[in-house]
Design a protein around this ligand. Structure first.
Ligand SMILES: Cc1ncc(C[n+]2csc(CCOP(=O)(O)OP(=O)(O)O)c2C)c(N)n1
Length: 669
């Protein structure tokens, strides 16, 4: 094909991307036409000439990743998926944003083939991409051998003004520069417009210089319609292996729209019938029929698809030879990708005993991590600068760094929000089971990615220590009050607050076996006794969310507790029994696990006939009513905490066996 023909075909394909997107938004009467119109040329080049992907198999492990961080531009992604051959039919494009379609308002990973991550909350996609690039680098260091580059792919991102205004992208990009994630290529859609109007209203720094200061390679393309300039920048970005690359691409939002182009009006509303006609005419596109793609526009995508098939075939051959040459590492890689955990890993879980010294559950968690790390090479994680407090370090493994990409200890710095988003990127790779630690109070700082992990059903583990007022002297700014309730409010997140070391080991077992969803562990700072009762019963009990620790025949009252309040409540239960009260004590480490049990089991632990119930937890009572019922009470905390030694806090807030006994006696009176 001659140069002219190629150029004509390029323009046809770019037009197809643009006007499929415009038609989608127009038909739905909802969505964002502006960004797709501006970004189409760049996206076209990436998808047809540079990305190593095989639309026939979106799960090919070594594919390049494409992240549309500005998820509001979803119509662009759906046009690309349609044209590239990911099986997203025209009928789905016509049902953009409708009930039950594969083309929801913002791209959803679980729903649509080829969508690498769920985006929409600005800043998340680019931060997930940092996690993906870490996963790649760690994976390459772990698995590649001479002549066997089995993990060898690139993370391509389009990010918008909004993405780069959000703090989380700054956190993640700073870390990406520090870690020298050379496989990360971000294209910044620099169109000077967001919802309120020109970005100059609130955004005037030189973004390129900022990224240079982070340690990124920064390139510029002055005209986002100049395919030659875009090509040169992409090639240069590909050649940069040391540093992450930011390409600042100047584009026009709503490009081609005579009256709305370049303005915020093109951002988030349909162009409107007349303006669609005017835009199509301005760019030489037929006004009718809508949702039409000239055959010639499909050809570049077809060629890319052919290439993608070949690339995957070559990789499959490489893997075959790799399995022969390096059977052990290959088995590890295959195992991880299959989603199965190594046989017998659970044998490594420590067996804590009631004779053990009292131990904080955070300490028990640290022992668990180190006991199982050897058997679970995919386990990798760290903390947002609280590793000694969160007990997250894997002893003997290096810190992951540019110099030690094989390290499994991740140093996130004081960046909780980015840590959450990076965990999602790591988890999406399927190469790693990532964990991240901080104080429970700062789960608030990483709530958006926790929510997205739940939405995407990703296995990410959160190690939230210092889980109550009993962290003590640091006082109310650090003492979680409403955080357990807030986490339990996220659909699909499993929250586990173990009562002692034994329950902690079981919590880890549950968290690791729960492959399709995130788990948060709430762990204590202070020491807790290892209970004889948990040693006998936690093995089955924790997985069921709640179980009986102490029983009485025909109980007249049920005491339910979690975490550090369990031993207190157990003591109270024993004292009550000593006074002739038929008290049952239930340890309830996880609401979500308990709610998933059959009614029969739930009724067995909490018999409907026993209506006197007391829940004991050092946090807001919110939500406990569903377990204690209308005749029950909740021994919670409805104010902020206080700075004091934990024993004084226990006395003042009434978390002693004596106070619990008093309260129950009051209920029974
Ligand atoms: C965290 C978050 N806050 C707010 C929004 C709502 N929102 C959607 S797009 C947008 C601004 C878009 O501006 P820009 O990123 O420049 O995109 P463009 O106008 O170029 O399409 C906002 C505030 C969001 N999606 N995510």
């Amino acid at each position: 094909m001659g140069e002219h023909e190629t150029r004509d075909q390029d323009q046809l394909a770019i037009g197809a991307i643009r006007f499929l997107s415009v038609d989608m938004v127009e038909k739905a009467q909802s969505g964002h036409p502006g960004a797709p119109l501006g970004q189409a040329p760049l996206a076209y080049l990436l998808w047809t000439r540079h990305m190593r992907h095989n639309p026939d198999n979106p799960d090919w492990p070594n594919r390049d990743r494409f992240v549309l961080s500005c998820g509001h531009a979803s119509a662009l992604l759906y046009s690309l998926l349609h044209l590239a051959g990911y099986g997203l039919g025209m009928a789905e494009l016509e049902r953009f944003r409708q009930w039950g379609s594969k083309t929801p308002g913002h791209p959803e990973h679980e729903l649509t083939r080829g969508v690498e991550t769920t985006t929409g909350p600005l800043g998340q996609g680019i931060s997930n991409a940092v996690g993906m690039a870490m996963a790649e680098k760690m994976g390459a260091a772990t698995f590649n051998r001479d002549g066997f580059p089995v993990i060898d792919h690139t993370i391509w991102v389009i990010a918008s003004d909004g993405d780069l205004m959000e703090g989380v992208s700054s956190e993640a990009s700073s870390l990406a520069g520090h870690l020298k994630l050379g496989r990360l290529k971000v294209f910044y859609d620099d169109n000077d417009v967001s919802i309120d109007g020109p970005t100059s209203l609130a955004f005037s720094e030189d973004v390129g210089k900022r990224y240079e200061a982070y340690g990124w390679r920064v390139l510029r393309v002055e005209d986002g319609n100049d395919l030659d300039a875009l090509e040169r920048a992409i090639e240069e970005a590909k050649g940069e292996t040391e540093r992450p690359t930011l390409v600042v691409v100047r584009t026009v939002i709503g490009y081609g729209s005579p009256h709305k182009g370049g303005t915020a009006e093109a951002h988030g509303a349909p162009l409107g019938g007349d303006e669609v006609v005017a835009t199509k005419k301005a760019l030489g596109w037929p006004v009718e029929p809508t949702f039409s793609v000239p055959d010639a526009a499909r050809e570049p995508f077809e060629r890319a698809r052919e290439r993608g098939r070949k690339l995957e075939r070559e990789w499959n051959d490489l893997m075959e030879r790799y399995r022969q040459a390096h059977p052990e590492t290959a088995a590890d890689l295959d195992g991880r990708l299959s989603g199965k955990l190594p046989e017998g890993w659970q044998d490594a879980l420590p067996k804590f005993q009631p004779t053990d010294k009292p131990m904080a559950t955070r300490a028990a968690s640290g022992l668990v991590i180190n006991a199982i790390a050897g058997r679970l090479p995919q386990l990798a994680g760290g903390s947002a600068d609280l590793a000694p407090s969160n007990n997250t370090l894997i002893k003997g493994s290096p810190d992951f760094s540019a110099a030690h990409p094989e390290g499994r200890n991740l140093r996130f710095g004081v960046r909780e929000h980015a840590m959450g988003s990076i965990l999602n990127g790591l988890s999406l790779s399927r190469l790693w089971i990532p964990y991240g630690g901080t104080f429970l109070i700062f789960s608030d700082y990483m709530r958006p990615p926790i929510r997205l992990a739940s939405l995407m059903k990703l296995q990410a583990l959160y190690i939230f220590t210092h889980d109550s007022i009993f962290l003590g002297e640091d006082g109310p700014t650090h003492q979680p009050i409403e955080q357990l309730a807030a986490l339990r409010a996220i659909p699909g997140l499993t929250v586990i607050r173990p009562a002692d070391a034994v329950e902690t080991a079981e919590a880890w077992r549950v968290a690791l076996e729960h492959r399709h969803g995130p788990t948060a562990l709430a762990l204590t700072r202070q020491n807790l006794p290892v209970l004889a009762e948990t040693a006998e019963r936690a093995r089955e009990g924790v997985a069921k969310g709640a179980y009986i620790l102490l029983d009485a025949e025909d109980p007249q009252v049920i005491l339910i507790a979690t975490g550090s309040e369990v031993w207190v409540t157990l003591e109270a239960g024993k004292a009550l029994q000593g006074k002739g009260v038929r008290a049952r004590v239930v340890s309830m480490p996880s609401w979500e696990l308990f709610d998933a049990q059959p009614q029969e089991y739930r009724d067995c632990v909490l018999p409907p006939a026993v209506r006197k119930r007391l829940a004991v937890e050092a946090g807001v009572p919110q939500g406990w009513h569903k377990y204690v019922g209308t005749e029950g009470e909740i021994h919670g905390i409805e104010r902020f905490g206080a700075s004091a030694p934990f024993k004084d806090l226990a006395r003042e807030f009434g978390y002693t066996p004596e106070k619990v006994v008093e309260r129950v006696e009051g209920m029974l009176r």
